[in-house]
Design a protein around this ligand. Structure first.
Ligand code: NMX
Ligand code: MLT
Length: 395
């Protein structure tokens, strides 16, 4: 509380008053993170490099940046590619377990189950080794989730020499996928890898790891955090929302018609999925990159045109509601329409794609917190204080 702290002349970053309680720790500084940052105006950066400058690189270069804190030259990239290759395929026991999962279970539940199973088969008990292994093998797990759960057929054997995303697309073997799917997923993965230290899934993953739970259990906890519709599952909900609007209007480019629908949805207490953010106060640069890519790969797609109309109509409508801190599109505003346009039409799977990517950043942050922070001692166990408001304690 204000006034309680003895600052000893040290820099005060944030003063906590009663009004700050029960606000989801919004804006509270709780730690340091040298890997990525989210500035309210400039948006996301990895290692000080704005995301727009990284979005079209090779995804393995960007994974190297997050893990090793530098963009690799060609020689270092080749060595890193070899390290990923050297992790080998997923234990077949994990795939066998997936076969027994109920088809009606959401793909995110399959991802949680798959991560826990991987931890039982693969665990080296070393955050750094497990980080590399999980990053190398997760594409196989996620591709198998798509194939087994959707009934596309047996899992396809990996060809990691193809590259992290190219191998994933090969293992997906998605029926009806457009030739642009690889291009889209390369960008999608880079944009979703990390988002500062405090987004819900990353915070949860690091908190679980602070009790010295292993990498796999910590990532499973993190992915449970990602699975909510206000966080990662907003990409699934956003495509459903865009489809709902499409079913109600005649012309996706008619701003007046789209605005009417949006106003009505907000007036009846609905959420505009893909809009708003806890930190950002401008359009999410990850959305900006995707709108531009959409003009190249989905220009004539009706749902994409509608998402572009929503980019204007949604902002106008949310701006009229002063309680909304940020009326602008976030990363989920258009990702679903692009995945749909490239042939991944079942939005139920979109959050596992987010999860596949985000595990890279979370694993990198866990390695840093557990093995490098505080001079290598690691962060202590997370244990914040809750102010008691129940009946007076007796005695
Ligand atoms: N549609 C309708 N209402 C909204 C929206 C929106 N897009 N954004 C904020 N609000 C409401 C919010 O529910 C809250 O209402 P109340 O006071 O009645 O509880 C009020 O505006 C203030 O919220 P904010 O301070 O603007 O936002 P907060 O930091 O609490 O939450 C989000 C941030 C992202 C959870 C919120 O903007 C939201 O629910 N957006 C829609 C879901 C979404 O797109 N999530 C994806 C976020 C990115 N990701 O991938 O994780
Ligand atoms: C994310 O990518 O994690 C989201 O934008 C949510 C956040 O940063 O709070």
């Amino acid at each position: 509380m204000a006034g309680d702290a003895n600052t000893d002349g040290k820099e005060v970053l944030f003063t906590i008053t009663r009004d700050h309680l029960d606000t989801g720790l919004r804006g509270f500084p709780v730690g340091t993170c040298p890997i990525s940052d989210v500035d309210p105006i400039k948006g996301l950066s990895y290692g000080g490099i704005p995301i727009a400058e990284l979005a079209h690189l090779d995804p393995e270069e960007v994974i190297h940046l997050l893990l090793r804190k530098e963009l690799p030259d060609a020689a270092k990239l080749a060595v890193f590619h070899g390290e990923l290759l050297g992790q080998g395929p997923l234990n077949p026991g994990v795939l066998k377990l997936l076969e027994s999962f109920p088809r009606k279970g959401h793909p995110m539940k399959w991802l949680l189950g798959g991560l826990v199973a991987m931890g039982m088969f693969e665990n080296a008990g070393d955050y750094r080794k497990d980080c590399l292994r999980v990053i190398a093998q997760l594409p196989e797990l996620v591709a198998a989730i798509f194939r087994i759960r959707s009934g596309w057929g047996a899992p396809i054997a990996p060809k990691p020499e193809l590259g992290w995303v190219e191998n994933f697309v090969h293992m997906l073997g998605a029926p009806g996928a457009s030739p642009d799917l690889t291009r889209l997923l390369r960008v999608f993965m880079i944009l979703h890898f990390d988002h500062g230290g405090g987004n819900l899934s990353t915070f949860v993953g690091k908190a679980v790891a602070s009790g010295h739970e292993d990498m796999y259990g910590s990532l499973a906890g993190a992915m449970a955090g990602l699975a909510g519709p206000l966080h990662g599952m907003a990409n699934q909900e956003c495509l459903r929302f865009v489809k709902e609007v499409a079913a109600e209007i005649k012309d996706p480019t008619d701003l007046e018609e789209v605005s009417k629908y949006v106003e009505n949805r907000l007036a009846t207490g609905g959420v505009l999925f893909g809009f708003g953010h806890a930190v950002l106060r401008v359009e999410d640069p990850r959305a900006t990159v995707q709108y531009a890519l959409g003009e190249e790969i989905a220009q004539n797609d009706g749902l994409f045109r509608l998402a572009v109309s929503l980019r204007t109509a949604g902002v106008e409508a949310l701006k009229k509601r002063p309680k909304v801190s940020n009326p602008y599109p976030n990363v989920d505003a258009v990702s679903g329409t692009l995945l749909n346009a490239c042939g991944l039409t079942d939005e139920t799977y979109y959050t596992v794609l987010f999860g596949l990517s985000r595990c890279v950043g979370i694993a990198s942050q866990i390695v840093w917190e557990r093995t490098e922070a505080r001079g290598g001692k690691g962060m202590p166990i997370v244990r914040p204080k809750y102010v008691y408001t129940g009946p007076a304690v007796k005695g």
